[in-house]
Design a binder for this molecule. Structure first.
Ligand code: SF4
Length: 448
């Protein structure tokens, strides 16, 4: 039975030392309860309490990492069925399948698509995460060569795919330090695959012909000490896959059924030959509830919408996306360039900075911390008012960068101009346009 954050807090050392990465034991307890922290992060928990808490505080869906270092993909760790109940934490990995029977040109093409299809959006880099290297030839030499080819030119986290544990073992010899996901332990091979996963400290995918078989194999593997599993229910139609994804998520969250308390993997690439249909299936599985989605190829027209869908679904609905407070230089401004100020709602920042950029006029954009709220909302919440803007302008360092004292405020914040003049008596406060799209014309008019 899962414990609440308060119940967990009662058992923590209450030193509030911050060594676990958050400032207080209470915050750590809340993170433990929601699966956002690992008990091992606190060095002061006694062995007795550790034992007591480890089962109770374990998230209902175990977080699993694939890959090593900063680029490792973390999936699972979810605690709610519906995003609006709280948030979803770990976006599903999107992968592309490459087989060792493919022509070299095709392999290189897929590898390039993986590296090149990256999109900068609201300050985040959106891209695919995984390359699935599949042994279709049954030849371990070809498999190893393909792993090398993929590994030498990309930073992809890998999935090694074969029914033959000997082939997987050969592949692991050249990439085990990258902690690939091994795919897949089945009813008649789980002991050998489990051994490989333990020896090489790699996560292991489990494939069942149906959910019952999947749970049975997963249970045997966890009993044998393999902790990091990824589940494949064997379904290869959209309807059955969707039903299984929902059944697995509900069993893990509502019934706390541990054998199914792991992230899942799904293969739209094996469900249809129509690429657009494959994309639609992937879109469905991003929403519910795949941990990894494997595509037959990566193409901008399908990957970009999938990445955006993933971004939207895995953005915390209770926390606006925010840009870091600071001075942003646009179009190489100098000491005479105009200074504009706005709030740190990401969308506001990107629209305003985009308009300044497209005006080709150099400018300094001051982005003030306002809890990620838009100008109007932040103003209503007293987060973007004269008393917050003035101290920011004084401290941010803009005065060392320009020799004028003219500050352009958003048209929607016109009502604070009087107070701002009092708070910044040396500055001329200029009311800018209400709509960002009018910024280029406004800047040109200001220049005269
Ligand atoms: Fe509390 Fe342990 Fe975190 Fe220190 S490391 S704040 S004792 S939970």
């Amino acid at each position: 039975m899962a414990l609440s954050g308060i119940e967990i807090y009662k058992k923590l050392p209450k030193k509030n030392c911050g060594e676990c990465g958050v400032p207080t034991c209470l915050a750590f307890a809340m993170n433990l309860a929601t699966g956002k922290a690992e008990l091992d992060s606190c060095p002061y928990v006694s062995d007795e309490v550790k034992q007591e808490l480890s089962e109770a505080s374990a998230p209902p869906i175990r977080p699993v990492s694939i890959g090593a270092g900063d680029g490792a993909l973390k999936i699972g760790g979810e605690v709610v069925l519906f995003r609006h109940e709280k948030t979803f934490f770990n976006p599903p990995g999107i992968g592309v399948l490459i087989e060792d029977t493919m022509e070299q040109a095709v392999v290189y093409d897929k590898r390039s698509s993986f590296s090149e299809l990256q999109y900068d959006r609201v300050g985040l880099l959106l891209r695919a995460n995984l390359i699935v290297v599949k042994s279709s030839s049954g030849d371990s030499g070809k498999f190893v060569n393909l792993i090398k080819k993929v590994g030498e030119k990309t930073d992809a986290s890998l999935i090694l795919m074969s029914d033959n544990p000997e082939i997987i073992s050969a592949g692991l010899q050249v990439c085990k330090e990258k902690k690939p996901l091994i795919y897949a332990a089945k009813k008649d091979s789980f002991e050998a695959f489990g051994g490989l996963a333990k020896e090489n400290s790699c996560p292991l995918a489990v494939h069942g012909e149906n959910i019952d078989e999947l749970a049975e194999i997963a249970n045997k593997l966890t009993e044998s000490g393999v902790k990091d599993l990824v589940l494949d229910s064997g379904a290869r139609t959209l309807r059955k896959t969707l039903e299984d994804q929902i059944a697995i998520r509900r069993a893990a969250l509502l019934k706390k059924f541990r054998p199914l308390g792991f992230p899942t993997i799904a293969f739209p690439c094996e469900m249809t030959d129509d690429f657009m249909e494959e994309t639609l299936i992937a879109g469905t599985l991003i929403a519910k509830y795949a941990g990894i989605i494997v595509l037959s190829e990566l193409a901008g027209e399908s990957l970009f919408p999938l990445l955006l869908e993933r971004l939207n679904i895995y953005t915390d609905p209770q926390r606006p996306m925010a840009t870091k407070q600071g001075i942003y230089e646009i179009n190489n401004p100098d000491e005479n360039s105009p200074v504009l100020v706005t709030s740190n709602f990401s969308l506001t920042y990107f629209i305003v900075s985009g308009e300044i950029e497209s005006s080709r006029m150099p400018g300094w954009l001051l982005v003030q911390e306002a809890e990620g709220l838009s100008v109007m909302t932040a103003w209503a919440a007293d987060n973007f008012v004269a008393q917050t803007i003035a101290p920011f302008v004084k401290k941010c360092g803009i005065m060392d960068k320009v020799k004028h004292k003219k500050l352009i405020i958003p048209g929607y914040a016109a009502q604070i101009s009087g107070e701002l003049e009092e708070e910044l008596p040396d500055w001329e406060i200029i009311i800018g346009p209400r709509e960002a799209s009018h910024i280029p014309a406004f800047l040109k008019a200001q220049k005269g």
